[in-house]
Design a protein around this ligand. Structure first.
Ligand SMILES: [Cu+2]
Length: 365
């Protein structure tokens, strides 16, 4: 084949012959799959489904790989056949006209049976996976009630034999080595719980409790988010799953079950902030254990200072972000039920007052 130079500005990779372009394109298409094998894959793509850490996730990636490779084989065979036929019966000046063929029973039976067989194989493994990933809740499972909100997550843990409940938001803590049984519900629209490395997503449906059971294996922080369009800030409805050692989890749970610490110095910024929070506008929507606050619209803030992020995982939980959030939450999260509280509105909190509130909330460890 005679080599032809590509026009300027329209070259393939340097040194690549024009015939190498289809190969290059195929390589580029396979790149995401190859990058799935890299060491830093999870740090580059924290919501990856290619690095499962539970049995459920492994079963699901197994199904994906099965259908992927069957598809690759069928695709390669089809294009090889197509290429061969196009080459063999290409136009040649003066050649006789090829024989006309109308139907071929053997071929037609073959290309009906083979796909049916492939689909049957996929079906057997899929049905197996459905049963394997939806077992009845094991007796030793940790039950966590998950409630989808617009746009954040509430997590409830029964403690003291079910007499009390630990309520937290946006960061779900679990122990490794123990099955976790999530009881998923919503008090508004549809949402979907999804921490990709833990396995598949499951919907939160109005007037129904769905369940999701998996056993975390590796301690760590896993990113997740709502996977069902649920309104203005659906894309800002993130969460973190923190998998602890069993002892680490118990320590966390014991701390969560205790009331918030009292400010030690009654003249401090923390104490001034506590007064503003517990007697002011915050009390209408939030609860802080150990204070008279009873609001149920917003997240429970009893140990807010320990959370890594705020506003359902969209920004780091630090003083500057918290200040900006309290000042004007809807500016950070469109449609937020938390109203603008500072800035240019009637009866706004002053920046100084917000600084005290931030100090108090950060002290809630
Ligand atoms: Cu949602």
């Amino acid at each position: 084949m005679k080599s032809v130079s590509a026009p300027a500005g329209h070259r393939a990779a340097p040194g690549a012959a024009p015939g190498a372009r289809p190969l290059l394109a195929a390589g580029l298409l396979l790149l995401p799959l190859l990058s799935a094998c890299g060491e830093d894959h999870v740090s580059r793509y924290p919501q990856t489904t290619f690095a499962p850490t539970t049995e459920m996730g492994e079963i699901q990636i197994g199904l994906f790989n099965l259908t992927l490779w069957l598809g690759v084989i069928v695709g390669l065979l089809t294009f090889a056949g197509l290429g061969y036929i196009m080459w063999k019966f290409r136009y040649r000046p003066g050649a006789p006209e090829p024989k006309h063929v109308h139907g071929n029973t053997t071929l037609e039976v073959a290309w009906t049976l083979i796909p049916a067989l492939i689909v049957a194989v996929i079906a057997v493994f899929t049905v197996q996976a459905i049963f394997a990933t939806q077992p009845p809740p094991p007796a030793n499972a940790l039950n966590v009630r998950v409630i989808g909100k617009q746009w954040w997550w509430e997590f409830q843990y029964p403690v003291n034999g079910g007499r009390d409940t630990v309520v937290t938001a946006n960061e779900i803590h679990v122990p490794v080595g123990q099955p976790v049984h999530l009881l998923l519900e919503t008090d508004n629209v549809l949402h979907s719980f999804w921490v990709p490395q833990m396995g598949g997503k499951r919907d939160l449906i109005t007037n129904r409790v769905n369940s999701l059971i998996f056993t975390p294996r590796e301690p760590g922080v896993y990113l997740g988010q709502c996977a069902e369009f649920c309104g203005d800030s659906h894309a800002l409805m993130k969460m973190r799953m923190i998998a602890h050692t069993p002892q680490g989890f118990q320590d966390w749970l014991n701390n969560e079950a205790s009331p918030a610490l009292e400010p030690t110095d009654s003249a401090s910024a923390v104490a001034l902030g506590k007064k503003l929070v517990t007697t002011g506008v915050c009390a209408g929507c939030h609860v802080i254990g150990g204070t008279p606050m009873v609001g149920r619209t917003g997240p429970n803030l009893t140990h807010f200072g320990r959370r890594r992020t705020l506003a359902a995982g969209i920004v780091e939980n630090n003083a500057a972000n918290l200040h900006a959030w309290i000042r004007n939450a809807p500016a950070m999260k469109p449609g937020s039920l938390m109203p603008q509280l500072g800035g240019d509105i009637p009866n706004a909190l002053t920046d100084e007052q917000i600084t005290y509130i931030v100090a108090y909330l950060q002290s809630l460890q």
